[in-house]
Design a protein around this ligand. Sequence first.
Ligand code: MN
Length: 244
Amino acid sequence: MMQDIVFISDLHLDAQRPAINELFLRFADDIAASADKLYILGDFLEVWAGDDSPTGALTPVFEKLAELPERHGTRVMLMHGNRDFMIGEELAARCHFELIDDPFPITLQGHDALLMHGDTLCTDDVEYQAMRKMIRTPQWKQQILEKTLEERIAIAQSYREQSQQSTTAKEEYIMDVNQEETDRVFIDNDVDLIIHGHTHRPAIHRKDIGGRERIRIVLGDWYKAGSYLRINDTTSAFDLKTYR
Ligand code: MN
């Protein structure tokens, strides 16, 4: 029997959007609690300045994360996104989730698959990729963590404003995956399934690459409603679902 696995990404949970936080709490009880595993593929939080950040309005969300493995036996696996890459092992231990690498290889329904956040596929955005390369090194993280919490919150805030401004200014295609890069990742990793988020363009793409059909599932964001993918014995085809 195969495992019952649920995938979500891009919830961007934040004190400013209490309805979505509530939606996640309900989703956790309703959907995730009966699964064996919940994979969160990045940008679970809109911003995170380090594990010493006050949890504030998100306290029930963190408690719910911890509840999933403790009360329901659902393992929670969390991948960093571009917003919440400062989530560390301390928060993971506190909330009982496991931090996983990006990309993360798994086997699913006989498919060799790769889980990703998706930002590394958006190579047309040269400026973003250069910044990502810099800020995702252990050295940079260490330097940032040596600053006070107040300083880190201010840095996160200005990074967010910059990113919002440049996102509005950039051409639409730049914010999507680059097709050649995506093909390369399929071939180099020898996988026929990739599941990712980040682009906020939910879809199931099927494409012949290198003589094999490859499937790319893009999870949706949690702005107007929730979005998830569930894979188990009873799901014969991949099906992206909306959660309200
Ligand atoms: Mn993202």
